[in-house]
Design a protein around this ligand. Sequence first.
Ligand code: GLN
Length: 524
Amino acid sequence: MALSLPEGFLPYADEWEKKIGAFIEYRPRGLPPDSGAVSGNGAGGPADECPAAELPPGAALLVRDLPFAVKDNIAVKGFSLSCGSKLLEKFISPYTATAVRKLEAAGGAVAGKTNLDEFGMGSSTDSSALKQTNNPWDQSRVAGGSSGGSAAAVAAGIVPYALGSDTGGSVRCPASFCGVVGLKPGYGAVSRYGLVAYASSLEGIGILADTAARCRAVFSVIRGKDPMDQTSRDAPPLSPRLYGGGNAGKKVIGILSAETIAKAIAAAAAQEAGGAGGKALEAAAQAAELEPETAGAFRAARERLAGLGHTLVDVDIPSLKYGVPAYYTIAAAEASANLARFDGIRYGRRPDWAENPDDLIDKAREAGFGAEVKLRILLGTFVLRSGFQDRYYLRAQRIRAGIRANFELYLGTPENAGTGGSSAPGGRFCDAILMPVFPTRAFGRGETGLSPFAQKAADLYTCCANLAGLPALAFPVGVEGGLPVGAQLLGRAFSEGTLLDIVEEYEARYPFPRPAGYKSFWEG
Ligand code: GLN
């Protein structure tokens, strides 16, 4: 679909894009209709078998005739699908992801593919092998990752919303760094068909949006069971409705503070004192400590939510202390299997010359993959080695089950949530749990950057929602020293509607901040 764009928009977008470099491929008007690549309704194929979402008329306007951006690890026919990697730099997608097809069917048009950490591995977007993306609030800083291009494009107003993917925080971290809304839907709520797999059991397609209302509209369009993804599901009948469910009202919000988590990690470190595990835990505790500005903004968010009439209760998820090691064990194991297809034969740039097939694969990978990707493939094959699975992979899966069970004690499940009997004070299940997103605001590069270890340790706050398969919604709660700070709400499975209700009410009272020079062409 070719878009008619508002007057003055193209020079505005050009100027921003020069500064932030959000896109790997940018086509503000979408692909020309004669390119044969437009894949909307009627083209035949998987999304056409999914019922179209019923949006209230006002909500439909939040997506209709509007451009959106798509992270470059999500397939859109005729567009690049580089995954931020040299290996796929020239790869053009022959098909379109279900989520994108559904948005096209609702009247949206893909305006481009956004930059990311290679294959989604990172928290800065600086691990992209193709280009650098800068934060719209301060161009010397990163946009967060791995969906940094999508978040930066939305924060700068180049698009009203964008798709990203979240395996361990990749939608919520950049949302927090750039000051936009970032939704990681619960596992299976949105089809993964067309998302290039990094760690399949943890990840899903997520949304970066300028407002909570826009995020809700986009989510209502893309969610639901898809015959092309056997893990996708429709929301069960009793789950909170997205529209017209009468979801308003005061909620019980659990507060999981950084101090509570830090205490648990410190206790574990003391238990293992002296050993390598103890030292690693100590370092992790330090890296997960909130800087004063994010701590202050988190406290303020908590007070504002109380001021809006919600009941706040403290919660503790003790198993979280092992969240990061469990996450990286599982993510690396799955990555090592998923990335095996990029061998220069089935996919990927082929070397000019090779001695034999093994040599061809070696050369393609050596030249095609960046350092972070190689590290994770090695780590993944190590934890899956025969004889080691008990020690690493299976142990990580047990920790994962523990984290999920811990969250369910407070949040309940779609089946039991109405019944009471929670371990939350007062015995009522929480409607949501408020947590920090990331210990710092957007960090700089070089001297002012975060070490690779600190970046991984910082995933503590985000990766637990992926381990537990729960929905999580990041939203801006303040601007400190000229940089936005986000917080996130986690909910029980299929409770995205509740999280959006809370955040939409919050936003009505405390409108989200925008970077200097921002202009909205997309008021809904
Ligand atoms: N920072 C995490 C990682 O590097 C999250 C990535 C993601 O969610 N795709 O794995």
